[in-house]
Ligand binder design. Structure first.
Ligand code: CFM
Length: 540
């Protein structure tokens, strides 16, 4: 178990002590203590450029657009316009699972790229892009093709949108492009926003076929990593909700087209899909609430909120019955495992939502969070959405288009009157609201945005948590320091961790990881007192 000898101010001083003055000044603004519930939250620096060369955890704008938001849809051909590396390294590297689907239209196992070379950089790549679209169409006849530009495309100025338009006319299917060059924003977050804009412009609300079923909802920002969406689908079905579409885990373009038929949008990952939630409310009148299906208690709370929204006693009762039934296994598992995990400590530095959501699961195991932070989230994901009007628009955020969305002429239909919304708020159903990561974390936890490699090592030296959550770039470095690392991007081939069955998987996996003795046995050669190996050059 870790002892914590320092307070957050002392930790911060230690972290920046060896940095050049300018760097230290900048990094200090990204480090603040957590706060108690209901207390004022200090401002944190977030969504600003990473200091060059500092070894960040972040990814690029193309990754957020192609890999994260649109990648998990199985029936879209996602075509990378760029050199082959971008397409290849974003191919099957994220564990967004999918059902095969009854029609067999599943392009996830394929990597589509225009494979640009020096010749195309000099003479332009539009011709090649047109040919690639035609080739993909001839081979697969997909319902939709989306094009993603990479850094060189932005530099040479290929007009991918014009190509998309002409090819859409020629082939008669939906074709749209995303100007998501890697450098377009400060991180993958810009890519989320670009993808949100394009699916809103080109897909959502393009099919008015009536959708059967009661209590129609969408889930925004759930990507079915390790099968999470499968578990959420199971629970929603058991409760009696009709899930129209998930953006974008285990999803299809056809379901996106119908998404405007839902009466409630639920937002799981606020960072990556909040734009669609807001735009769908303006355009179609669908309110949104924040949910979290990570953690048994959090899942129960989310289901209750969703049921409360529909104001139907039968649904409310059914949700309660499902929660009661699922909780039996949860309680059994927790009572067996918690005595072994109680009082242990964790740190989470990951992405733009999981560093918050996964705190729920650790709390259920009685574990303490010593530090947390996001790679690329914005201030609202840390401090809560109420800070949105105070967020400064800088040159980088101005780079990303903000769509002006008004009510749709024929499809705008406010699902609740303002009075009904007020009455629901009084019952605790908060709309358009997210409280962010910091509130409730406690004053002695350390919040750091866009943590870099040096700070990670230093933090571990100082606080020695029992487990660290991050990604593959950090995994082996941290494990060499004798601390187990749980990957929270791909789950280390584990999961699902969402919902009730997922929570039990998590308890078991974390129990194993924090209680194994193997980490105490690890010693680097220079730390051991055993015999030294000697060698000499043969040529001597
Ligand atoms: Fe949302 Fe994600 Fe995340 Fe994210 Fe991601 Fe991811 Fe993530 Mo990796 S959409 S912000 S860009 S929850 S790929 S499924 S795990 S960094 S915390």
């Amino acid at each position: 178990m870790s002892t914590k000898p320092l307070n957050t101010e002392e930790i911060k001083k230690e972290l920046i002590a060896k940095m050049p003055t300018k760097v230290a000044r900048k990094r200090a603004k990204a480090m603040i203590p957590g706060s108690e519930t209901g207390e004022a939250i200090p401002e944190i620096q977030a969504n600003v450029r990473t200091i060059p060369g500092i070894i960040t955890q972040r990814g690029c704008t193309y990754a957020g657009c192609k890999g994260v938001v649109l990648g998990p849809s199985r029936d879209i051909v996602n075509l990378t316009h760029g050199p082959i590396g971008c397409g290849f390294y974003s191919w099957l590297t994220r564990r967004n699972q999918t059902d095969a689907g009854p029609d067999g239209e599943n392009y996830i196992p394929y990597s589509f790229s225009t494979d640009m070379t020096e010749h195309d950089i000099v003479f332009g790549g539009e011709k090649k892009l047109r040919a690639a679209i035609k080739e993909a169409y001839d081979n697969f006849h997909p319902r939709a093709i989306s094009i993603f530009s990479t850094c060189p495309v932005g530099l040479i100025g290929d007009d991918i949108h014009a190509v998309a338009r002409t090819m859409q006319e020629e082939l008669g299917i939906t074709i749209f492009a995303n100007s998501c060059e890697g450098y377009k924003g400060v991180s993958q977050s810009a890519g989320h926003h670009i993808a949100n804009n394009q699916i809103m412009k080109h897909i959502i609300g393009t099919d008015d076929t009536p959708v059967e079923g009661k209590f129609k909802v969408n889930i925004l920002g759930e990507y079915n990593i390790g099968g999470d969406a499968f578990e959420i689908e199971r629970i929603l079905e058991k409760c009696g909700f009709t899930l129209i579409s998930t953006f974008s885990g285990n999803s299809t373009v056809d379901s996106f087209r119908l998404a405007h038929a839902a009466d409630l949008n639920t937002v799981m990952c606020h960072r990556s899909l909040n734009y669609v939630a807001e735009m769908m409310e303006s355009k179609f009148g669908i309110p949104w609430i924040k949910v979290n299906f990570i953690g048994a208690e959090a899942s129960a709370k989310s289901l209750r909120r969703m049921a409360a929204y529909f104001e139907d006693q039968e649904l409310i009762d059914r949700v309660e019955a499902v929660i009661a039934e699922e909780m039996l296994d949860i309680e059994k598992s927790i009572s067996a495992i918690r005595p072994r995990t109680q009082g242990k400590s964790a740190m989470l530095f990951v992405g733009g939502s999981r560093a918050h959501h996964y705190q729920e699961l650790f709390k259920e195991l009685g574990m303490k969070i010593l530090g947390a932070g996001y790679e690329f989230a914005h201030r609202d994901d840390y401090e809560g959405r109420h800070v949105l009007p105070d967020i400064k628009i800088d040159a980088d955020s101005r780079n990303i288009e903000v769509l002006e969305i008004g009510p749709d002429d024929t499809r705008y239909n406010p699902r609740k009157t303002p009075e009904q919304m007020e009455a629901l708020k009084a019952k605790g159903v908060e709309f358009n609201s997210y409280e962010g990561l910091i509130e409730g974390m406690g004053k002695d936890s350390m919040i750091i945005d866009d943590i870099n490699h040096y700070e990670t090592e230093k933090l571990i030296e100082l606080l020695r948590p029992d487990i660290f959550c991050a990604g593959i770039k950090e995994k082996y470095i941290i494990q060499k320091m004798g601390i187990p690392l749980k990957q929270l991007h791909n789950y280390d081939m584990g999961g699902p961790y969402a919902g009730f069955k997922g929570a039990i998987n998590w308890y078991n996996d974390i129990d194993r990881m924090v209680n194994t003795k193997v980490w105490d046995l690890i010693k680097a050669p220079w730390q051991s007192t055993g015999p030294e190996l000697e060698a000499s050059y043969v040529a001597e």
